[in-house]
Design a protein around this ligand. Structure first.
Ligand SMILES: *Cc1c(COP(=O)(O)O)cnc(C)c1O
Length: 427
């Protein structure tokens, strides 16, 4: 057994971490195990997880229901190819997703990660218009401050500044970027918020296959909560201009915002919807792209006769079985009131941060609490401070935020909000 020091040393020199340099200059903390909302570090310390392993682990770690579903599935088969074969976990999960999502979404494409779900959605939109005899509709309209993943098509729809699009020059498709919505979630709606989106649509709809954005909450692109009316009117405009609407619910889906899906705030059903992240309860990677019969039924008659996508690990049975157990768990308790109490507590306990000198804004929606600072945080300095306080958070840019597991107890959430106050106070 290598020592902890050897492990960290090899890690630092040879193992890439997300958005890291090589050798890695930022601290990483070795994890021994995780249970409920607690992350057990190898040095013996225990941390309360305030961000659910990037918003995935909604029911906490090592959950007996999910473990049991995984064990049962492993004993049958952990994987089988999906070309020419099918299985109960995929069909059951598809049935569940069709039932949970807005009614028109009837067809499910399973894939491995959120970014791929977005790739699939974008390809589906382009191929749909090809099927319909409009092959010039190949571009996308999106809104600034969005985040849709790190693969090329997904990245082309991310915020061009945050995503450093200039690094990738010509290989990144140029999309149309509307101004980010400015009217906050619960402010009074003002029509001009949609002007930029509407103008781009009017000018370029002939070439636009779909609009793509995150409904109501922009997540990794700035943790911004905007007015549901934007989503509703954007959908109406898309219909008027013969442009599809792709809603990326990868971060917002499965209850996080207080609705099962954020599009429900606007009572909008997209033409294509992407889900991922919390789908498997953080157990393993699985995502899906859902669409309507109207779109899916054009493929058989198109030139290819099929939709041109099919990942090797498509509908992995283990991931499907665990996801099914996770969604059954979500439906087994009153998650709406769970999210409402997290929201009430976050509002009460984060509000005092507003008076701190470093703080620009405090906002809460559902189980998402955000403290926005005037200046970017120093990650190298701030991450270890949170660890010293016994909580796991991962601030980025000017944002310190929490998206805790839904199972978090009041006292544990207070530990997170107190740590945020204490550390922001010292900035
Ligand atoms: C995380 C995220 C993605 C990308 O998902 P990965 O699983 O990291 O590929 C796409 N869209 C949104 C809104 C996300 O939050």
């Amino acid at each position: 057994m290598p020592s902890l020091e050897q492990l960290l040393n090899f890690d630092r020199l040879h193992v890439w971490h997300p958005y890291a340099a090589m050798p890695n200059l930022l601290p990483v903390f070795p994890v021994e195990s995780a249970q409920g909302v607690y992350i057990q570090l190898m040095d013996g310390r225990s941390l309360i997880d305030g961000i659910s392993s990037w918003w995935t682990c909604i029911h906490g770690y090592n959950h007996p229901h999910l473990n049991q579903a995984a064990h049962a599935q492993i004993d049958r088969m952990s994987h089988i190819m999906f070309g020419g074969l099918t299985h109960q976990p995929a069909v059951d999960l598809a049935m569940k997703l069709v039932a949970m999502t807005p009614a028109e979404l009837q067809q499910v494409f399973f894939c491995d990660s959120g970014s791929v779900a977005v790739e699939v959605a974008m390809k589906m939109a382009v191929q749909y218009w090809y099927n319909r005899g409009l092959p010039q509709k190949q571009r996308f309209l999106t809104i600034r401050n969005g985040y849709h993943g790190d693969t090329f098509a997904a990245m082309s729809a991310c915020d061009p500044v945050n995503g450093m699009h200039h690094l990738f020059g010509n290989i990144l498709t140029q999309q149309y970027f509307a101004d980010a919505p400015q009217i906050a979630f619960d402010d009074d709606w003002q029509q001009r918020d949609l002007d930029s989106f509407a103008a781009l649509l009017a000018a370029h709809h002939d070439r636009i296959a779909a609009a793509i954005f995150e409904p109501v909450v922009q997540n990794a692109g700035g943790m911004r909560f905007y007015h549901p009316e934007y989503v509703r009117q954007a959908k109406a405009l898309c219909e008027e201009y013969n442009v599809l609407l792709i809603l990326d619910e990868i971060a917002t889906g499965f209850g996080r915002t207080g609705k099962m899906f954020a599009c429900e705030y606007a009572a909008v059903c997209p033409d294509i919807m992407c889900v991922g992240k919390a789908l498997s309860g953080g157990f393993m990677s699985l995502a899906a792209t859902l669409t309507t019969r109207e779109i899916s039924e054009t493929f058989a008659a198109g030139e290819a006769g099929v939709f041109m996508h099919g990942p090797t690990f498509m509908a992995n049975p283990l991931a499907c079985a665990v996801s099914l157990a996770n969604l059954a768990l979500l439906e087994s308790y009153d998650w709406q009131s769970t999210i409402r109490s997290i929201e009430t507590q976050l509002k009460a306990e984060l509000e005092p941060c507003r008076s701190l000198a470093a703080v620009k804004d405090v906002r809460v929606l559902g189980a998402i609490g955000v403290v926005e600072l005037h200046d970017p945080v120093n990650m190298q300095a701030i991450q270890p401070r949170f660890v010293e306080e016994g909580v796991w958070l991962r601030p980025f840019g000017r944002l310190i935020y929490t998206m805790p597991p839904y199972i978090i107890q009041r006292s544990e959430l207070t530990a997170i909000t107190s740590a945020i106050y204490k550390i922001v106070d010292r900035i």
